[in-house]
Design a protein around this ligand. Structure first.
Ligand code: HEM
Length: 142
């Protein structure tokens, strides 16, 4: 065998190259599990559920899964289908006040817990979701 058994994590220009967060935590199945679990919470939430399409939670599941996969270094299918994320703009039609944000985060936290990621991966993912949810608030109206 002439194959070099050593894997050097370095790009052509010498930059560090590692697998993406997306790949490290298990790729598509992990993100689908996360989002499906999240929507179990949303479906039972009296404030959040009415904001989502009445009979198309499946579409919402696919959009959020695709977005998160793309954000974390997975396939870019989300933008191929939906264009630039422009998330704040896309949330404008919805009343995202601190109560809605906290409910969103509550269901997301429960969903992240089911993944049982390593402490570092958990913290990495959670830090992003928590900041993104705070950035999505578009009204302080009750
Ligand atoms: C803070 C509370 C939040 C609320 C109440 C909320 C609510 C909603 C609602 C009602 C939709 C429409 C459902 C649909 O796709 O048909 C939506 C879409 C979406 N949300 Fe949120 N969201 C929140 C935070 C976030 C955060 C933090 C992210 C990203 C990390 C996010 C990512 C998305 C994405 C990717 C879509 C689909 C956009 C599209 O392509 O149309 N949301 N959200």
């Amino acid at each position: 065998m002439t194959e070099n058994p050593v894997t050097i994590r370095m790009g052509e220009g010498g930059e560090a190259v590692g697998v993406s967060f997306w790949a490290r935590v298990g790729g598509r199945p992990t993100f689908e599990r996360l989002v499906r679990q999240f929507y179990v919470g949303v479906a039972a939430d009296p404030v959040l559920r009415p904001m989502y399409p009445e009979d198309d939670l499946e579409g919402a599941i696919q959009r959020l899964t695709g977005f998160l996969e793309q954000y974390w270094g997975g396939p870019g299918t989300y933008s191929e289908q939906r264009g630039h994320p422009r998330l704040r703009m896309r949330h404008n039609p919805f009343k995202v006040n601190p109560d809605a944000r906290d409910r969103w985060l509550l269901h997301m936290r429960a969903a992240v817990d089911t993944l049982a990621l390593s402490p570092l991966d958990d913290a990495t993912l959670w830090d992003y979701l928590d900041r993104a949810a705070h950035a999505m608030v578009n009204t302080f109206d009750e």
